[in-house]
Design a protein around this ligand. Structure first.
Ligand code: PEP
Ligand code: MG
Length: 603
């Protein structure tokens, strides 16, 4: 949220600290992602639609209040003068969503004028804003006029927030993003991040977000220098500010001094040189000093990443998150469209395997096309991470699942493919999924569709403690395991992966998480089932020796991380990694584990 009233105070350097999410330095003018109006079509409704529109309005008001309360609660970490500037603004917004003229007026407009909730909200806000501005024209005092202008803008801003929540539209349209800008926003949904064009953008910084949330994953996939969870940033910036975003250390500097700018320019040059050096590793084998070969694959979220994957020298795609196919569209992609996209990826991999994960809806991944199709509720459950996520939704909506399976099988004639099930917690889910899988195979056979030979293996994500601790039983049912350390960490430690206020507690090196990774890996190896890690842990070169030492030989990560992980493993022997992992696993203290991992070097 940014104040748009004119201000005369000088631009002073201000520093914000957040979570480093994607390496790289960005320097550029800020672009506030909260400026333009929310888009919607004014709509008349029939009298019988009134109750539903009222419900939508109440839900959006509640959601808006929750968002603002969350922002308000987190201001405590800011310096006092920043709090003094931002807190009253947020309080004003929260107040407006209480029992005020605004909310009463919107509620009345729906039945009286028979208009949709967003139409009523926009019209009421505009009427109130105009009333403020009309008063200001007759008043001589500059100060009073400025305060009326500000109040008018505040009403419009709160209206935009509610309308954005009503329309579920991406938080922002990025069409007007000036090339080379730093995008600053209070919050960025994964679907918003999917709309960014990395070539046109210098960097991203937000108030909200966690290191391994899906927005962070998208930004890493795009290779955009990014800092999330920089509290107070969007409230503290002004249009025309310049920002430096250091995505490696997690800092954002607004209006940097010339010394800070010089230093940032030097850092940009160093970063580019280091990247060039890493690029030379592309053709070298991913092999430890004692000859153990490790499979390094890429995660793929957006088709735009295919070029990056080719440059990084990935040995295939270890996790294709098929959610991207369903995002930022109003209708569901049909079987043919899905198959076409999968085929493009498979062909681009030129014979290297592609692991396609069927739709993992839920948690923070809100997908409008599924809501529009009536397959998922419009309002998230109170605890979406524990609700109808991943395989649970697919088993509840078998047509959705069958269409995906058929699309994958059709595309799989183009090259080696594996099918991956998300959010498994028990054996029954794998059995039920396999039944559907086999049913689709039989249907395609009857229709004389060409099928891949051999048929794609059916594997599962190990990303819940329930799955990890049942890994021995699951290894009898699943053809392979992909360990998702992002959700595994979240569910094991009860820490939301996308929530900046608890980001300091989100720790994949916690012994509880490591023990689950070890248990699942050993269960797979005992049954001679392939096992990989495809959570963000796999892309952190500091964790590479530990993961190898735990027995993993296959890691899948954002493409840009592959050279660094390759460099890390080419410098160690497998024997030393195994010794190191034994030492780490004896440690009960996460802090000491972090120190051991940071200090690892082969004697
Ligand atoms: C994970 O949970 O670790 C994972 C790879 O899946 P996602 O990040 O898509 O939830
Ligand atoms: Mg997951």
């Amino acid at each position: 949220m940014s104040r748009s009233e004119p201000r005369t105070t000088p631009r002073i350097e201000r520093r914000f600290t957040g979570i480093p999410v994607c390496d790289g330095i960005a320097i550029g003018p800020v672009f506030s992602a909260a400026e333009p109006a929310a888009l919607f079509k004014p709509r008349a409704i029939a009298p019988e639609e009134v109750p539903a529109e009222r419900d939508r309005l109440e839900a959006a008001i509640l959601q808006s209040r929750k968002q603002l309360a969350k922002l308000r609660a987190r201001l405590g970490v800011l310096p006092e003068e920043a709090q003094a500037e931002i807190a009253p603004l947020i309080d004003a917004y929260i107040h407006m969503l209480g029992p005020t003229r605004l909310t009463r007026g919107v509620r009345r407009r729906i039945p009286e004028q028979l208009v949709s909730a967003e139409t009523a909200m926009a019209e009421e806000c505009e009427a109130i804003a105009r009333a403020f501005l009309a008063v200001s024209q007759d008043d001589m005092s500059e100060e009073y006029r400025a305060s009326q202008d500000r109040r008018a803008e505040e009403v419009r801003e709160i209206g935009r927030r509610v309308i954005r929540n009503l329309t579920h539209q991406p938080f922002r349209s990025f069409a007007h993003l000036p090339p080379g800008a730093v995008l600053v926003s209070e919050f960025l949904r994964p679907a918003d991040a999917a709309l960014l064009e990395p070539a046109r953008l210098a960097g991203v910084a937000t108030d909200e977000g966690g290191a391994d949330g899906h927005t962070a994953i998208m930004l890493r996939a795009l290779g955009v220098p990014a800092v999330l969870g920089a509290v107070g940033l969007s409230g503290g910036m002004r249009s025309g500010d310049v920002a430096i975003v250091d995505g490696g250390v997690g800092t954002v500097v607004l209006n940097p001094s010339s010394a800070a700018l010089d230093e940032a320019h030097r850092a940009v040059t160093q970063f580019a040189r280091a990247r060039q050096r890493l690029g030379r590793l592309r053709r070298l084998p991913a092999q430890t000093t004692d000859g153990v070969v490790v499979e390094l694959q890429a995660n793929l979220e957006l088709p735009i990443e295919l070029a990056l994957i080719a440059q990084a020298g990935a040995a295939g795609v270890g996790l294709l998150r098929s959610e991207f196919l369903f995002m930022n569209r109003e209708t569901l992609p049909d079987e043919a469209a899905q198959s076409e996209t999968f085929r493009t990826v498979i062909e681009a991999m030129g014979g290297d395997p592609v692991t396609i994960r069927v739709l993992d809806w839920g948690g923070e991944k809100d997908i409008d096309s599924l809501v529009a199709a009536g397959l998922v509720p419009e309002l998230a459950d109170s605890n979406p991470a524990l609700s109808l996520r991943g395989i649970r939704l697919l088993l509840r909506q078998p047509e959705l699942f069958e269409a995906q399976i058929a699309a994958i099988l059709r595309a799989a004639t183009a090259g080696p493919v594996r099918v991956l099930l998300p959010m498994v917690t028990c054996v029954a889910e794998v059995r039920a999924a396999r039944e559907i899988y086999e049913r689709v195979i039989r249907r395609l056979r009857r229709a004389r569709e060409p099928l891949p030979e051999p048929l794609p293996p059916l594997g599962i994500m190990i990303e819940t403690p329930g799955a990890a601790l049942s890994a021995d039983a699951l290894a009898l049912e699943a053809d392979f395991f992909a360990i998702g350390t992002n959700d595994l960490t979240m569910y094991t430690l009860a820490v939301d992966r996308g929530e900046s206020s608890v980001a300091h507690l989100y720790d994949p090196l916690h012994p509880a998480v490591l023990r689950l990774v070890q248990f699942a890996t050993e269960a797979a190896l005992r049954m001679r089932k392939p096992v990989s890690v495809c959570g963000e842990m796999a892309g952190n070169p500091r964790f590479t020796p530990l993961l190898l030492g735990l027995g993993l030989r296959s890691l899948s990560m954002n493409a840009a991380a592959i050279p660094r992980v390759k460099q890390a493993l080419r410098g160690v022997s497998f024997a030393a990694c195994a010794r190191f992992a034994r030492r780490v696993m004896e440690q009960p203290d996460p802090q000491l584990i972090a120190e051991l991992v940071a200090g690892f070097h082969e004697k």
